[in-house]
Ligand binder design. Sequence first.
Ligand code: G1P
Length: 290
Amino acid sequence: MRVKKAVIPAAGFGTRFLPATKVVPKELLPIVDKPTIQYIMEEVASSGIEEVILITGREKGSIEDHFDTSSELENHLRMKGRPDLLKIVQDISEMVTLVSVRQKEPLGLGHAILCAKKVVGKEPFAVLLGDDLIDAKIPCIHQMMEIYQDMEGALLAIQKVPRTKTHLYGIIKGKKVKDRVYSVEEMVEKPEKGRSPSNLAIIGRYILPPRIFELLEKVKPDQRGEIQLTDGLKELNKEIPIYGYEFIGDRYDAGDKLGYLQANLSFGLKHPEIGPKLKRHLKDLSLRFR
Ligand code: G1P
């Protein structure tokens, strides 16, 4: 079945970026000149997904505004004779159809996904986590949609991570079934150091069947009071096969200060306007730090 809908959770407080995120949602912090969430929307739109269900919380209205029309700004750019900028602004509002659902309490990723139950209905859907920025020739979720066409079950993006970092991720234990594809046998959410079943980490891209909603409804909160998506996936794996797909592309953890800066540098180096100057600056810096 074709994937037509994507769920993007964006309800977190962004505490790792305080004070920057006191008023500005972390999803709107820019990578060079675009908010992080716009990269995610572009990935969705260029993969042919038609509708996005944004899970929001308090003080997140500006995310919806970013993807809405802005007649005042558009008129201003028209009057100033800036068709280039006008196009950029208009393209954003035409990118996808956006439906937003409020997550009334911050009860974890599994709960955030559950908020999309009514809008998703009875079809498989994609989930994209805004902290994971993936720079790829073929958008990561598109790669996954291609693989998903020939399979039943659920599909998770995975990537090998250093053993020292496995405690930061959901980790799978799997059996390789074909190039880049693993059949998932076990899943552990953020295993304690030294207790990870492998170094294959779940990255924030999923294609899930609607059955996950019923299972998430039954998942008990963890010690932190959160309903984990991984716990719902473990239940799902008892009923249907789950596969991990090692995607092709560079992934940045934009939810982490260092990852965010690294993403800015990488995207900055590729940016036509500032790329060459940034490269010179980095060279100067590296000379200074020798
Ligand atoms: C979530 C998931 C985790 C996954 C990670 C990917 O964790 O719970 O399984 O590995 O996203 O970024 P979070 O980073 O939101 O704590």
